[in-house]
Design a protein around this ligand. Structure first.
Ligand SMILES: [Zn+2]
Length: 245
């Protein structure tokens, strides 16, 4: 069939079934952040054939983004990142439906943003935003694919409310968020975001083993992957008491 032509290499030997490709066509994924992780997550989801992608990012493109944010073009400095990301997707694959939101996510405005999406990919760049998103996802029963990078290291885990521990269970939430700027290097961000896209693929198709109650840690200098197990913490303020009672 014509619509499968682009995905011939997904469907070849040792790949996926036509039914799984249909699931990818019919899937809707929300990507929070169109920066270093978001760029590569968006590119991978588009290439897999995910049918609908919503992108949230309140920032504009700056010169300092060009060591890692692969989806943007230098000529578009000053343009909203969400617009630039949409352009990339439409040039790559015009069949993909793209939704955008330029508002900065905060506690009060998230509901309309997330309500039609069951899978959220955390591509935010600050701990404060990541822990806020973790709380929102748990409260509204949304699956969250977390990814984070710092220097040459990064980590990925998949959080399913009521089934796994949350981000605070895996990595204790700091009492205060310091205003520190850490390096982000493109190869490390690309590895982590590719792993996030792989988790989304597994969630949609049902293929393979998800990183549930497991956090995959990557060290780019040692070329080393480790998987660390964690458990839901009965005292976790986020996932053991999501309604705040
Ligand atoms: Zn928790």
């Amino acid at each position: 069939m014509r619509k499968f032509k682009k995905y011939q290499k997904n469907l070849a030997k040792e790949g996926i079934t036509q039914e799984q490709q249909e699931k990818l066509f019919n899937a809707k994924v929300l990507v929070m952040g169109a920066g270093s992780l978001g760029s590569n997550v968006i590119m991978n989801l588009a290439a897999l054939g995910v049918g609908q992608i919503k992108i949230i990012d309140g920032e504009i493109i700056q010169e300092t983004d060009f060591n890692r944010q692969l989806i943007h073009k230098y000529k578009n400095i000053g343009r909203a990142k969400v617009m630039s990301a949409k352009d990339w997707i439409q040039e790559f694959n015009p069949d993909i439906k793209v939704e955008l939101d330029k508002t900065k996510l905060h506690e009060l405005n998230y509901f309309n943003t997330i309500e039609n999406y069951d899978i959220i990919v955390d591509c935010f760049d600050t701990n404060e935003a990541k822990y806020m998103l973790n709380e929102i996802a748990i409260r509204h029963n949304k699956i969250l694919v977390h990814g984070g990078v710092r220097g040459f290291r990064g980590q990925v885990t998949t959080i399913i409310p009521n089934r796994t521990g949350c981000l605070s269970c895996a990595i204790q939430k700091p009492r205060f968020f310091k205003d520190e700027e850490f390096a982000v290097l493109s190869p490390v961000a690309s590895v982590i975001s590719s792993l996030q896209a792989q988790e989304v693929f597994k969630l949609i198709t049902g293929e393979g083993e998800l990183l549930l109650n497991k956090i995959q840690v990557f060290d780019g200098l040692k070329s080393e992957f480790k998987i660390l197990n964690f458990a839901k913490n009965a005292l976790c303020e986020t996932c053991s008491n999501p309604l705040g009672f």
